[in-house]
Write a protein that binds this ligand. Structure first.
Ligand SMILES: Nc1nc2c(c(=O)[nH]1)N[C@H]1C(S)=C(S)[C@@H](COP(=O)(O)OP(=O)(O)OC[C@H]3O[C@@H](n4cnc5c(=O)[nH]c(N)nc54)[C@H](O)[C@@H]3O)O[C@H]1N2
Ligand SMILES: Nc1nc2c(c(=O)[nH]1)N[C@H]1C(S)=C(S)[C@@H](COP(=O)(O)OP(=O)(O)OC[C@H]3O[C@@H](n4cnc5c(=O)[nH]c(N)nc54)[C@H](O)[C@@H]3O)O[C@H]1N2
Ligand SMILES: [Mo]
Length: 775
């Protein structure tokens, strides 16, 4: 039996203090161009610099402040490397050989600096001119019998300008097939909020955090994934307002935090949590938690009424909501036993949180992937909206819902029309502006795109960023599906798995990133992005590009479009010479962007507005719809349920501190105490014992699904951790082979990356097979 335990030691320091800066410094110094990088960083999120490619957290506009965080620093630094992946590099390494290398190795090789085409005979990528690349792709597109044979993927770093051109190109070509990273991310938030409050975005602005009496953070790890949010949360605590976290794990970044830019705190190395509460529900238990809170509120309301008082905001409920009675009836009918069993919290804990909620005049709820990547995510978010509606915590100062977005412009991409289910109003606006009828039928999102590739219905795949092969579920099935394609095209900054798992033909188009200066015919260009608070701001690069052969994303999209469609429906090359022209088109099509070119000149950008914030509900009834769902018997999809046994564990897949999605910066996970290892399983010590394992032991993880396909990964080591019994956690993307393609959220179709039924068995490293570890 293999056993190794020297790769983990519990982390004792606070999140964000010395540890953070030491790590950042190390990343600077390891880079090839440390001085250049420090200069770069200092412009991050400043009025005249570039928007941090790290996350979508917004900022209060205050030019006096330097705004970066450790993980933003890593993201910037990673992009601003001077290492190159060019044709010479590719001549040295075959695709088969590169495929045996880790994700970390691939991205570490540097920036893609010239267009390349895969030569299947030699198994190498070779240089190709931009014209040849455009022509070849255009010829392939024009030869398709049906535009729906093509899928246009988008990852959430694409700017508004790039995204708008991209969707215009795809729709003018004839398809609404827009799989995008959002399908794997906050899709449930968009769906649930649109169907309840009439807009798929959060209703709070950054200032609301200064006024909230309580902030509830659900299923989110800001210490790693949104470090700038910690500063906001710290201010909430210091003001004496309540901060409650609901997280399956004890995440250091949430338990204690301090501002890395505050030297006094760093010297004392202390942080003082007050008014804070940390609750550890079971995986998928949040809907039960919220339902329990509402059950308590119903009792509190009954008591208050006896005194002639009220806990519910009846004015709000009467004027603004629909469906209250049915919902409350459903809550009353849900037994406490079910709530406690599914949530994993005690009745006292739930009562306490409900009481704090009832006594607060304004409450903000934030959430991220711990809520959105389950089978019942939409139902859970509806439940949260219901909770908020009961006390009018929607559209009032210091209150509201706040899905904290992931990629820095994922929200903006949706606003620009990257949506396989576009609204009729959007399509009509395109038609009016560009004088053609865009395809009216809805297209394919991520999971359906993979199915369509598998079934021979999508044969051309074009990706504006991202790493489709590694980020998507069911790795074996997805990789097979990709290889069924006739042509795969990747518009990317860095080498990743998706360049190596290809269609019969494959082309890499190297693009500029946020940090790079974008020179076009009419001079240096800026792009714009939208943060989680619907603030639109400009972003301009500050570094000279590594190579003259790299092009901006808008230029590449325009090049492809011009080669395919000529000057239809716009003069693409003219638009790309001056991005003001693209923004004029956006202003004419997308509501809220009037005077776009003038308004982005304002420091700090402009606010797009949010109808729900104004208590204007764009639902069919023009009210907040209180949706009623039965608390699911099991949080797992039906197709896993019949296979469960007392050995079954439920797994969530999450991010380490040293990664950006599929980009692995390093092998440590500081706050969780992991060093030099990514193949780990966080597990409750009682489960280690119960299942007859020992800590540090190497195991195989096998997922349960009724299709008879074996899905397993091996060589993962057991790490005893504070996690509810029956739950485990492991890193993404290494665990994506375990997520069945058909295991996705109800209504959202988001892969259930946070609730997968797993069984473990001992794994003998020495003796057998090749685990899926090269991912
Ligand atoms: N540095 C860095 N920043 C990033 C990213 C990155 O990879 N690296 N990714 C970006 C992207 S695209 C996104 S979407 C965001 C992701 O941001 P997060 O959502 O914070 O990312 P995850 O690592 O998936 O963390 C999920 C958190 O939810 C908890 N959790 C899991 N399941 C449950 C559950 O059922 N209930 C509750 N209450 N908690 C649960 C986990 O313990 C974990 O703390 O971050 C963005 N920012
Ligand atoms: N099991 C599991 N799976 C998950 C998740 C999970 O929690 N668990 N999370 C899901 C989530 S929330 C998301 S958002 C997706 C992420 O899915 P993606 O967005 O597809 O993946 P990323 O890893 O962010 O993409 C990284 C690649 O983007 C390219 N890139 C970086 N910057 C730029 C740029 O400026 N322009 C262009 N054109 N390319 C660029 C680089 O080549 C880099 O290799 O993964 C999802 N998959
Ligand atoms: Mo995401």
């Amino acid at each position: 039996m293999s056993k190794k335990t020297d790769f983990y030691t519990p982390y004792k320091g606070p999140a964000g203090g010395w540890g953070a800066l030491q790590s950042t410094t190390k990343h600077w110094l390891q880079s090839d161009n440390a001085v250049r990088n420090i200069n770069t960083l200092l412009k991050t999120n400043q009025p005249h610099g570039f928007d941090c490619p790290g996350c979508a957290w917004g900022e209060k506009h205050d030019p006096a402040k330097i705004r970066f965080c450790e993980n933003g620093a890593k993201a910037v630094n990673w992009e601003a490397t001077s290492r190159k992946v060019d044709a010479a590099f590719m001549a040295e390494h075959s695709v088969s050989w590169l495929n045996t290398q880790s994700d970390y190795f691939l991205e570490y090789q540097g920036r893609l600096t010239e267009p390349m085409r895969y030569n299947r005979e030699t198994d190498h990528y070779e240089a190709i001119s931009w014209e040849q690349a455009y022509q070849h792709i255009a010829d392939t597109l024009k030869a398709q019998s049906n535009p729906d044979n093509v899928a246009f993927y988008t990852s959430g770093r694409a700017s508004n300008e790039a995204a708008f051109l991209y969707q215009l190109f795809a729709r003018a070509y004839g398809t609404n097939n827009f799989p995008d990273c959002s399908n794997m991310c906050h899709e449930a938030s968009g769906y649930a909020l649109t169907s309840s409050i009439g807009i798929g975005k959060g209703t709070v602005e950054i200032d609301d955090f200064e006024r909230a009496d309580a902030v509830f953070v659900f299923g989110q790890n800001p210490g790693t994934n949104h470090p700038r949010m910690l500063e906001t949360l710290k201010e909430v605590v210091q003001r004496g307002a309540h901060l409650f976290s609901f997280n399956t794990l004890h995440e250091r970044g949430l338990e204690r935090f301090q501002n890395p830019q505050n030297p006094i705190e760093m010297l004392t190395n202390g942080s003082k949590p007050t008014n804070t509460g940390y609750f550890c529900p079971k995986i998928g238990g949040d809907m039960a938690v919220v339902r329990g809170m509402v059950k308590v509120l119903i009792d509190l309301e009954a008591e208050a009424q006896k005194e002639g008082d009220a806990v519910f905001d009846h004015d709000f409920i009467n004027e603004h909501t629909q469906g209250l009675d049915a919902y409350l009836e459903q809550v009353k009918q849900t037994p406490w036993a079910e709530i406690l069993q599914q949530s994993g919290l005690t009745k006292e804990e739930i009562t306490y949180t409900a009481t704090v909620y009832a006594n607060a005049n304004s409450v903000i709820i934030t959430w991220a992937m711990g809520i959105t990547q389950h089978h019942h995510s939409v139902a859970t978010i509806h439940e949260m909206v219901n909770l908020m509606a009961l006390r009018g915590n929607l559209g009032k100062p210091g209150a509201g819902v706040c899905p904290v977005r992931g990629h820095s412009n994922v929200q903006g991409d949706r606003t620009m029309g990257i949506n396989e289910r576009p609204s009729q109003a959007f399509l009509d606006a395109l038609e009016k502006r560009f004088d053609f009828t865009p395809p009216q039928e809805h297209g394919l999102a991520v999971v359906d795109t993979i199915r369509a590739m598998r079934d021979g219905k999508v044969g051309v795949f074009i990706a504006l960023g991202g790493n489709f092969a590694a980020a998507t579920p069911d790795t074996q099935a997805t990789m097979h599906a990709l290889t069924q394609c006739q042509l795969t095209v990747q518009i990317s900054t860095k080498l990743n798995r998706s360049h190596l798992v290809t269609g019969t033909e494959a082309i890499i188009l190297p693009c500029l990133g946020r940090t790079d200066i974008d020179h076009q015919e009419k001079g240096q260009q800026k792009v714009t992005v939208e943060d989680s608070f619907s603030m639109i701001h400009a972003s301009g690069g500050v570094l000279e590009p590594l190579s003259k052969e790299q092009k901006s994303e808008p230029a590449i999209v325009a090049g492809l479009a011009a080669a395919t469609l000529g000057n239809f429906p716009i003069d693409w090359m003219e638009a790309v010479g001056d991005y003001d022209i693209i923004r004029e088109h956006i202003a004419a099509v997308v509501p809220g962007f009037n005077d776009f070119n003038q308004r982005i000149l304002q420091d700090g950008g402009f606010y797009l507005g949010n109808s729900a914030r104004e208590r204007h509900w764009k639902t069919p009834a023009n009210k907040v719809i209180l949706h009623t769902h039965i608390l699911p018997e099991s949080i797992l999809p039906k197709r896993a349920q019949d296979l469960l046994s007392d050995k079954t564990l439920i797994m969530q897949t999450l991010r380490s501190h040293d990664q950006y999605n599929t980009t692995i910066y390093g092998m440590n996970d500081r706050y969780r105490g992991i060093k030099g290892e990514r193949k780990v399983v966080f597990i409750n010590p009682a489960d280690i014992q119960r299942l007859g394992f020992v800590e540090g032991q190497s195991v195989t993880l096998r997922s349960l699904w009724d299709d008879g396909v074996e899905r397993k990964v091996s060589g993962f080591k057991l790490v005893p951790y504070s996690i509810p019994a029956g739950n485990i956690a492991s890193y993404y993307p290494e665990t994506n082979p375990l997520v069945p393609l058909d295991s996705h959220g109800e209504f959202s179709n988001t892969p259930t990356s946070k609730s997968i039924a797993i069984e473990l068995e001992a794994y003998e490293e020495e003796s057998n097979g090749i685990a899926v570890s090269s991912l």
